[in-house]
Design a protein around this ligand. Structure first.
Ligand SMILES: C[S@@+](CC[C@H](N)C(=O)[O-])C[C@H]1O[C@@H](n2cnc3c(N)ncnc32)[C@H](O)[C@@H]1O
Length: 387
């Protein structure tokens, strides 16, 4: 019988997942794969509905170009549209027509059916779809009035949905944290001083506290410096985390990875491990930021990046939808060697950027190839770089 979400990918075989495969494979359950497929489809339908909300249904029916849609719009509209149109092609809702795009027949835009399929096989994830609905309902002034995406998407109404998304019980977010944890746990020496960048809702710190206590390695952490650029995240973490993860020696600090870390109180060669989960790709100048991060690490220290990874730079992944409206994600300095475009990077682009920044060696958990060639929807990885 055909699944309402279309074909659901099979999990990868253990031999593709590297030495930590036995701990990674249990992440890739049937509910994970269903939710992953549903998220991509829901994002695509939401994207097309947004284009209809903006009044472009007839234009798309007749066929139009990126330039055609951008006519008369604020300049900031171009980057998200340049992402959405090929993404909609990849999801079969639009088709290419020369340089243009046109609706692919009468597209199925049913959202309730996707939610129902997920409720059956991966219950408890409606909030992921609420976030997508929230983005669609709030983002129109970004196109019509040139309003900043950040202020539209991080308002009081949506903030709880973001917090609910960045959780360890979200099957599609958890892999970022678990893969980073597997990398961190390896070679964790006594008296390790850890700094987390963009620690946000604190889901990684919680996982470290919980797994470290269960597995007996938590006492090896001498300090866990929880940092973020956003005061709202820091205040919330300061209130909640100390009681939730009592064994974790927490310190809190505002930290912007786009400003010199030394000016913000992080001394050179003072940290053993720097963690960044889905944050370092927003570095305005990746080369400068990575060099600065390396210089804060003691010799032999590690930078561990839990990142969404793209199988190739021209392959849009659904997770980019939210972020394509956020200036820090789109307005970054490009370099043809490792960052030819904004957004998430490929594993090879990270390798290149980290080596160029002077890291001695770089390793990924799990090894990204051939895994991502055979399973292009496996989008998470932890990249460890040794100073
Ligand atoms: C995708 S979220 C990751 C959240 C976090 N790992 C969690 O599980 O809750 C990215 C985080 O990076 C932070 N961030 C964005 N720009 C930053 C910057 N320039 N420096 C430091 N943190 C930043 C955001 O405030 C947000 O908390």
């Amino acid at each position: 019988m055909v699944h309402p979400l279309g074909p659901i990918e099979a999990p990868p075989s253990l031999d593709l997942l590297g030495p930590q495969g036995p701990e990674i494979l249990p992440l890739i359950t049937r509910p994970f794969l269903v939710l992953h497929r549903a998220s991509s489809l829901y994002t695509a339908r939401t994207c097309l509905l947004l284009l209809f909300d903006l009044g472009w249904e007839d234009q798309l029916r007749e066929g139009t170009t990126l330039d055609g849609l951008c006519l008369g719009l604020p300049g900031q509209a171009r980057k998200p549209l340049a992402w959405m149109l090929p993404f909609l092609v990849s999801e079969g809702l639009l088709r290419r027509e020369g340089r243009g795009y046109a609706l692919n027949g009468a597209p199925d835009l049913d959202l309730a059916g996707i939610r129902a399929a997920v409720d059956l096989e991966a219950p408890g994830h409606g909030v992921n779809f609420d976030l997508l609905d929230g983005v669609r309902s709030r983002i129109r002034p970004f196109f019509t009035e040139g309003r900043a995406g950040d202020s539209l998407l991080f308002d009081l109404a949506l903030f709880p949905l973001w917090l609910a998304y960045f959780r360890n019980d979200n099957l599609v977010y958890y892999p970022n944290n678990l893969l980073t944890l597997l990398a961190l746990r390896q070679d964790l020496a006594p008296d390790t001083r850890i700094l987390e960048l963009g620690a946000g809702a604190g889901s990684f710190a919680r996982l470290v506290g919980q797994r470290g206590a269960e597995e007996g390695w938590l006492p090896r952490i001498a300090e866990y410096r929880f940092t973020d650029v956003a005061p709202a995240f820091l205040r919330r973490a300061q209130r909640a985390l100390a009681s939730e993860v009592p064994g974790l020696p927490l310190a809190f600090q505002a930290l912007d990875l786009n400003r010199p870390l030394g000016d913000q109180g992080i001394a050179a060669e003072s940290v053993d491990v720097i963690i960044g989960i889905n944050v370092v790709h927003v570095a305005r100048n990746l080369e400068t930021a990575l060099q600065d991060l390396r210089s804060r690490l003691r010799g032999g220290g590690r930078l561990i990046l839990g990142e969404c990874l793209k199988p190739s730079l021209d392959h849009p992944i659904y997770l980019e939808f939210f972020f394509s409206f956020i200036q820090s994600f789109t307005d970054v300095e490009l370099d043809p060697r490792w960052r030819p475009m904004h957004g998430f990077l490929t594993p090879e682009a990270w390798m290149c950027a980290l080596s160029h920044a002077g890291f001695r060696s770089v390793e990924s958990t799990p090894p990204p190839r051939p895994l991502m060639d055979r399973h292009p929807s496996f989008n998470a990885g932890a990249i460890t770089a040794w100073a």
